[in-house]
Design a protein. Structure first.
Length: 171
């Protein structure tokens, strides 16, 4: 129970706290601001959305089919791509026997999304575009190597119709 102080009583003891460093002071301010924001958010009335009720929701779609079973399969596809690239006389000629470690993850990602037939078609489309397309088409972007093409070119060239939509000049 608190009683009034008399003149003879010592002054009340105040708890001493060491001064805060600049970082500690900023952290304390951040915590205070976060708590204020939480309180303001809690005080707001909840918003209810009128969403249609689905009686039989669709089951989730299965993940896309993985085209590549293992890294060894990736090496086989790379060797096939190398041979097909060189047969088409695309420059620079691919002399690598296997994928370089720096390129491996991106090339394997491409091989997971595209079948060998799609990769082969992309190389064929690129060779046609580079060598036979003629003046009706803009020049293809250069690829510095087969690895570079496998990383970014397959997506652009795997579909036959994509050549017309991307590179055919408008008259």
């Amino acid at each position: 129970m608190d009683t009034p102080l008399s003149k003879n009583d010592p002054p009340p003891v105040q708890k001493w706290t060491p001064p805060l460093s600049k970082n500690e002071h900023q952290t304390l301010q951040d915590i205070t601001n976060i708590n204020k924001q939480k309180k303001e958010t809690e005080e707001q009335e909840p918003v209810f959305l009128d969403l249609p009720v689905q009686e039989n929701p669709k089951p989730p779609e299965p993940p896309p089919e993985i085209k590549l079973a293992s890294k060894d399969d990736g090496t086989i596809i790379f060797i096939k791509a190398k041979a097909y690239w060189n047969e088409r006389k695309l420059k620079p000629e691919c002399r690598d026997i296997i994928m370089r470690p720096a390129d491996t993850s991106e090339i394997l990602r491409t091989m997971q999304h595209y079948t060998w037939e799609e990769i082969k078609n992309a190389i064929g489309n690129y060779a046609w575009h580079k060598q036979e397309a003629g003046s009706n088409y803009t020049d293809p972007p250069p690829y510095g190597s087969l690895a570079g093409f496998l990383k970014t070119g397959v997506e652009r060239y795997f579909d036959d119709d994509a050549l017309d939509s991307q590179f055919k000049k408008e008259k």
